[in-house]
Design a protein around this ligand. Structure first.
Ligand code: NAD
Length: 330
């Protein structure tokens, strides 16, 4: 019989893409979330609207399941995570502890936890040159306040469950995942989507606001690569935390220039130096990813951003916030 897979957070950005990938591979998938996917219907065989902070709901979600991909979380861009620490820590701790324990009680064999590059210490991320972060750099610990500490604690919980209970746990540390079908407005969006939205809405020659001086650096990974990576990680024998990201470093200003080029617009920037910016520089060291997964992310930043920009323009047109393009004349 084929494996029965649970994806939590299946109404969210990465969870929805993961469900599509797994069902296209022929797996039976149950999706669970507080909400359905926003932009298109789920392909899950069974989709349950459940609050996973609750123990009884976690037991229901994991019943009859072989493998759990745990993606449900209180989540957002830097503006959200810097101003909602108690909510993030409370809700994600309840979701994760109840989900992993219910998976164990119900006899699941594997559990993949989606951690974050926010577990890496602040003292290694003070420079825009951003020495790529290796997995072992997470200690001595000084994680992102709130969100990062909860992720780091849950990574250790996964190790304890593997060592003491024999549950095969896997841990993926995501570095800025982006792509179509992600949140692009409303306060939880992350930098690539926010910049695409601003470029879509500004007129040619206009001005957009950038958070910080724009010299802060990041790496960005396209969502299809992220999904492929966690599928490979789940099916590997590697039980330790693994970076899942791209290793191309780019500043926010360079990202704005890239989106402007894709949009075919020339824009000016103003910089809000009081806005939340996160760490100064962060990049992923992908040596272990290549060794463990025998693979590395394939989609270039230009290609991924172009697809994301197109998705956001289409959404803005449908919402009446952008005039519909005249494809007949284009
Ligand atoms: P997302 O916000 O789109 O998805 C998370 C989903 O969890 C949402 O649909 C939300 O409704 C659901 N959820 C929240 N509380 C719930 C509850 N009580 N019960 C059931 N469902 C609940 O975020 P995403 O970008 O798809 O992230 C997925 C995972 O990857 C999260 O664990 C996140 O922390 C992690 N991650 C993402 C990134 C990134 O760049 N997107 C980076 C690092 C880590």
């Amino acid at each position: 019989m084929s494996k029965r897979i649970l994806v939590t957070g299946a109404g969210g950005f990465i969870g929805h893409h993961l469900v599509k990938h797994l069902t296209s591979q022929g797996y039976w998938v149950r999706g669970v979330d507080l909400k359905r996917p926003e932009y298109e219907p789920t392909t899950a065989h069974d989709f349950q609207l459940l609050d996973l902070r609750r123990w009884d709901n976690c037991l229901q979600a994991t019943a009859g399941i072989d493998e759990v991909y745990a993606l449900a979380a209180e989540m957002g861009g830097i503006g959200f995570i810097e101003s909602n620490k108690a909510v993030i820590v409370r809700d994600s701790t309840m979701i994760n502890m109840h989900t992993i324990e219910a998976a164990r009680v119900n006899g699941a064999s594997r559990f993949l936890f989606t951690s974050s590059a926010c577990v890496y210490p602040g003292y290694r991320q003070r420079d825009t040159n951003a020495t790529p972060l290796k997995e072992e750099d997470a200690y001595p610990a000084d994680a992102e306040d709130g969100y990062g500490w909860e992720k780091l604690y849950m990574e250790r919980t996964c190790r304890h469950y593997r060592e003491d209970f024999g549950l095969e746990t896997r841990v993926a540390r995501f570095h800025n995942i982006f792509g179509p079908l992600g949140t692009y407005d409303g306060g939880r969006e992350k930098s690539p989507a926010a910049i695409c939205r601003k470029l879509a809405l500004v007129e040619d020659g206009g001005t957009i606001e950038v958070w910080g001086d724009g010299l802060q650096t990041r790496s960005y990974c396209y969502v299809a690569d992220c999904v492929e990576a966690i599928f490979r990680l789940m099916n590997s024998d590697f039980p330790h935390p693994l970076n899942v990201g791209q290793d191309r470093l780019i500043s926010i200003n360079e990202l704005v220039d890239m989106v402007a080029k894709i949009a075919g617009k020339k824009v000016h920037r103003t910089h809000d130096l009081t806005a939340p910016q996160g760490v100064r520089g962060r990049n992923s060291d992908n040596s272990k990813l290549r060794e463990v997964l025998k693979w590395e992310p394939q989609v270039s930043l230009e290609e991924g951003i172009a697809r994301t920009y197109e998705f956001i323009c289409t959404q803005l047109e449908a919402a009446g916030r952008l005039p519909a393009r005249d494809f007949a004349r284009a």
